[in-house]
Design a protein around this ligand. Structure first.
Ligand code: ADP
Ligand code: MG
Length: 607
């Protein structure tokens, strides 16, 4: 069901306008569609994708570096007009010619063809590349009649990369046609999509039935069969595509497992688990496969598998970087994808060398002890924090905090063993926390800890004012990212009272500067009371917000865990720096920076 619309007939136009507003940094709405925000510095072939609306991220979501220069955007499942195609071409064209590329549908062929004639009559070089990947829509002997479905994506990607690399129009077209000739897709539908304003879906299937050979305009499958288990569906897809292996094709393939709009990514991953091993067993290397939604059909439930057989010319274009509103592929991903599937890239990178003073390494030991104390208390409180979160949130706060602190502790120990100072130890802890914890609290705690570490640096053991500054940096990062204010019923409600109390007390030299631990304990008590007081509030931020009333009477889990952590960390963070813990063996492993430390040892020290 498509439920969000005003006048149904304005749906496509409003969706495009909203999209262009959100992504105004990358795209610009023009008559007929959208183009890249920035024009190329020197003339390049303009690759213009197009077709009806309802297929997001196809086609406007694919405008950007390394992919399309523009998209011609028709009404839902409706070819854009020739005027639209012409107008978008005029806006995108930069002197090196234009290529329209789209799935093979009669309306599109007509309209893009007419626009091409008009452009040519004005002296603009123009070509058309049709995508015909759907194996179910015509027999191999009539492959030029096949319609275009998710294979659009690989063809567009390859053409976009070629144009970005400076290929001329004839070459971009040649590569696009070659990619299309090496691309095959098969899909199946489970439930039809519903037009905005329509009462019923475009098609329905009987219970436990599926349609094999779907189209992307809400076309049901070409024939209905009983819904098989995921394994059999995967086998069926692979068998049908491999039966159409292009003559002379190589053993490296681009693969897309595409959701049609309301198929869960998790379902796709389950299916992938059958498909990938079958393809590998057939002798193929899967090059940067994609599992997700790339060409959809409104809210249709269904899935399709696409294979593009690569060669030396196509593969670098498939793996080239791209940056669009809906699709990004960067250099890092590129390297990961080029590695054999079994190879873990984790740990392959050379460990950082750390530059730190002995003093800071000493305080790093305090940080490790503080993290260990937080870990113990979070493990003890995991169930309670989860129950608190379940009242109006999703019940994962205990688990998330435990995952975060466990990863943080391990990363911190590892950094310290390699000679890191306190700042680098906490930064490593924060990065690992954010990476592993998930949830709102994970990203906030991770970023906060990193800021805490950056404020400390790797030279000094913090005195009262440095300690207060580091806590303030932690708080500023969390409020800066999360934008929560006091009273929103979040961790900020116990964080800000803590930070303010600590700063105030530590600034009061007479009473506290010699006893930062006492000041910290007092601030922690204020924080604990503030966390308890959140019970009476209604949440205005975070997942608990929609169920605000239910949350009244229960304290905020994030505020509670924060007060708890700061309480147990105090005796370590507010204590004098421990003796440096760096063992010679660890210093060895830490590389050049640590060797500097080793030479500071008295001459003749036995090793
Ligand atoms: P999620 O809400 O993603 O499931 P958690 O359950 O781990 O993440 O964390 C929930 C806690 O996150 C809340 O109790 C609240 O304290 C905190 N929180 C939520 N939104 C914000 C925000 N914008 N700023 C600061 N803290 C927030
Ligand atoms: Mg939660």
């Amino acid at each position: 069901m498509t439920r969000i619309f005003n006048d149904p007939s304005d749906f496509a136009e409003e969706a495009l306008a909203g999209f262009c507003d959100v992504h105004a940094d990358l795209v610009r709405q023009v008559t007929g569609g959208a183009v890249r925000r920035r024009r190329p510095a020197k003339p390049k072939v303009a690759v213009l994708a197009g077709g009806g609306s309802g297929h997001y991220p196809a086609f406007a979501g694919l405008i950007g570096t390394g992919l399309a220069d523009g998209a011609v955007v028709g009404n839902i499942f409706t070819s854009p007009s020739a005027q639209q195609a012409y107008a978008v071409a005029k806006a995108a064209e930069s002197g090196a010619g234009v290529v329209f590329t789209y799935g093979n549908y009669a309306g599109d062929v007509l309209n893009f063809g007419m626009a091409s004639e008009r452009l040519a009559s004005e002296g603009i070089q123009v070509e058309n590349v049709l995508v015909t990947d759907d194996v179910a829509s015509a027999p191999p002997s009539e492959s030029e009649k096949r319609r275009g479905i998710a294979g659009d994506f690989t063809v567009f990607k390859i053409m976009g990369a070629a144009a970005e690399a400076g290929a001329d129009l004839a070459d971009v077209v040649r590569l696009g046609r070659k990619a299309n000739s090496l691309t095959r897709t098969i899909g199946s539908a489970f439930h039809g999509c519903t037009f905005p304003g329509a009462e019923t879906p475009l098609f329905t299937l009987k219970d436990r039935q599926m349609g094999l050979g779907l189209g992307i305009h809400g076309e049901p499958g070409l024939f209905d069969t009983e819904l098989p288990p995921a394994k059999e569906l995967g086998q069926e897809f692979v068998a049908r595509l491999l039966a159409e292996t292009p003559h002379g094709a190589g053993d490296r393939i681009a693969v897309i497992l595409n959701g049609l709009g309301s198929t869960k990514h998790e379902e796709l991953f389950v299916l992938w688990l059958t498909i990938a091993p079958l393809l590998r067993a057939a002798g193929y290397t899967l090059v940067m496969p994609e599992v997700g939604e790339l060409v959809t059909s409104l809210d249709m439930s269904g899935v399709s598998l696409t294979i593009t057989w690569l060669d030396d010319e196509l593969e670098p274009l498939w793996t080239a970087p791209a940056e669009t509103p809906a699709y990004r592929r960067g250099n890092a991903a590129l390297q990961a994808g080029a590695a054999p599937a079994e190879e873990e890239s984790d740990g392959a990178a050379a460990p950082d060398a750390f530059d730190a003073t002995e003093e800071s390494r000493g305080y790093a030991a305090n940080c490790l002890a503080a993290l260990a104390a937080a870990r113990d208390s979070l493990h003890g409180a995991e169930a309670r924090l989860g129950d608190m979160d379940a009242v109006a949130g999703d019940g994962d706060h205990g688990r998330g905090m435990v995952r975060g602190i466990d990863a943080a502790t391990t990363a911190a120990q590892d950094a310290a063993a390699r000679g890191a100072g306190a700042g680098a130890v906490l930064a490593a802890a924060g990065d690992a926390w954010a990476d592993k914890a998930g949830g709102t609290s994970g990203v906030l705690w991770g970023a906060g800890l990193r800021s805490f570490g950056e404020a400390l640096g790797n030279e000094l053991s913090p005195g009262p004012s440095e300690l207060a500054a580091a806590v303030s940096a932690f708080a500023a990062r969390i409020t800066g990212l999360g934008k929560a204010e006091i009273g929103d019923k979040t961790m900020v409600d116990s964080l800000l009272p803590f930070a303010e109390t600590l700063s105030r007390l530590l600034a009061d030299g007479a009473r506290h500067s010699d006893h930062p631990a006492a000041a910290w304990a007092e601030a922690a008590a204020v924080s604990t009371a503030a966390a308890e007081a959140t019970a009476s509030l209604r949440p205005l931020k975070g997942r608990a917000r929609p169920l605000a009333e239910k949350s009244v009477g229960t304290a905020d889990p994030g505020a509670t865990s924060l007060a708890m952590i700061f309480t147990v960390m105090g005796p370590h963070l507010a204590a004098p720096a421990a003796a440096p813990a760096t063992a010679p063996a660890a210093a060895e492993a830490a590389g050049p920076a640590a060797h500097g430390t080793a030479t500071r040892q008295p001459a003749g020290t036995p090793s």
